[in-house]
Design a protein around this ligand. Sequence first.
Ligand code: NDP
Ligand code: GDR
Length: 357
Amino acid sequence: MAEKTALITGVTGQDGAYLARLLLDKGYTVHGVKRRSSSFNTERIDNIYVDPHESPTRFFLHYGDLTDSTNLIRLVQETKPTEIYNLAAQSHVQVSFETPEYTGNADALGTLRLLEAVRILGMEKTVRFYQASTSELYGKVQEVPQRETTPFYPRSPYAAAKLYAYWITVNYREAYGMFAANGILFNHEGPTRGETFVTRKITRAVVGIQKGLQHTLYLGNLDAKRDWGHARDYVEGMWRILQHDEPDDFVLATGETHSVREFVELAFAEVGRTILWEGAGVDEVGRDKTSGEILVRVDPRYFRPTEVDLLIGDPAKAMAKLGWKHTTSFKTLVAEMVAADMELIERESWRNDRSAR
Ligand code: NDP
Ligand code: GDR
């Protein structure tokens, strides 16, 4: 294999960490872009980082930010990647309603800046570019299951920014002959999922309640339905998208959908508790069948100004052309996340950010 070098933006995030490990295992040299932070922010990659003072390594970290084009040009110039994975983003949908301009700057213009860096450096014929596109592009339901040809209807500043990033990636492919591809990924989770996304918020609460450190889980829309897979499977799909013989756009999804309510039920079932629902709307509560305690309540502050009600993807194209398929079932995903949080709570002190969305 010719030597391969990857540049990953967002390497400190859930997917960045899984992808870095996958590419290192495949023999790549991996350069990751991390943001400066006032405290450590490399927890997810600490176990693959080797201090170059101590032993040779193929994994390097660089400071950077998608809002800084000079930085991106210099990083691409210095690292000379054969593949770029643009995973960095302000990725929280609800937070994007509160920081819409920043989200547009990082998620939309940030993608443009990185593509331009490649072009300015004359590398558009040598670099393969992966853009982290999202099922949030589908937004308001137009067709189910959603596939590559389904019309987009973004429902948040995040989705609108990602819409620009999707199309600018397609445009650089068509205008400059770049190998630029979109992975339209449906929700994917795992034990290192950010603590404010609903799946991890639930699994952390389940173990917190079980250990007596938290009383109630407050959630927003229990009816929202998502196509949830495991991040480990999805980073393999990202890599396959860039190994394909031509640049193209692919949906990665499981083809199954479940409500937030079902996720809650399954997660509590993992610790032997059955949840019974009563009431409706903001008054709905989830009670422990045995003790009668109310464990789940609805808090309207978690409702979004515009919601995406139903996502279910059709991964047929990725299956046929990339041989990609998810391997982790919904039930296994929930079980793995609860077990990992249980291990964490038993190992570490429990920290709860009460202002979390
Ligand atoms: P995370 O939120 O876990 O990670 C996002 C990463 O981007 C972090 O490393 C973060 O740094 C970094 N980042 C944020 N803003 C900037 C910036 N301005 N400049 C440089 N880096 C920045 O997201 P995921 O790993 O879950 O997702 C990866 C990508 O895939 C994102 O683009 C997301 O929008 C997209 N996506 C995710 C899906 C999912 O279900 N997980 C589904 C579809 C798309 P820090 O650690 O310092 O915050
Ligand atoms: P999503 O993920 O918006 O799909 O974006 P999130 O887990 O935040 O929400 C999923 C659904 O759960 C509902 N929900 C809540 N969500 C949060 N965060 N907190 C709550 O308390 C809560 N209660 C109910 C939400 O309303 C929503 O319907 C994720 C991100 O990873 C994006 O970056 C990515 O592009 C998409 O997945 C695909």
